[in-house]
Design a protein around this ligand. Structure first.
Ligand SMILES: [Zn+2]
Length: 89
């Protein structure tokens, strides 16, 4: 007998998923059910809370730079910083 039956879509969000969903969340592109899981994780995970804030700041920086930086090195630096935040370095 299992006290906590595992139904996949309803499992608590893990940090790995959080990282994958964070940009969609900031875009407002998450479906309601995913958004609830996302916010539930956010409420109980300080690491992801900070990660969300970092990503939000970075996205704001990227969006607040019209037109795209003329200097390719600057753009590359931002993109690699973003990849690093996402743990894809
Ligand atoms: Zn987390």
């Amino acid at each position: 007998m299992r006290l906590w039956p595992r139904r996949h879509r309803h499992d608590p969000l893990v940090c790995r998923e959080f990282v994958e969903l964070v940009t969609d969340y900031l875009d407002g592109a998450l479906p309601e059910s995913e958004r609830r899981r996302f916010e539930a994780h956010l409420a109980q995970c300080d690491g992801c809370d900070g990660y969300l804030e970092d990503t939000r700041r970075l996205v704001t920086t990227l969006q607040a730079t019209p037109p795209p930086p003329a200097d390719p090195a600057t753009r590359e630096a931002l993109l690699s910083a973003f990849r690093e935040l996402r743990g894809e370095s």
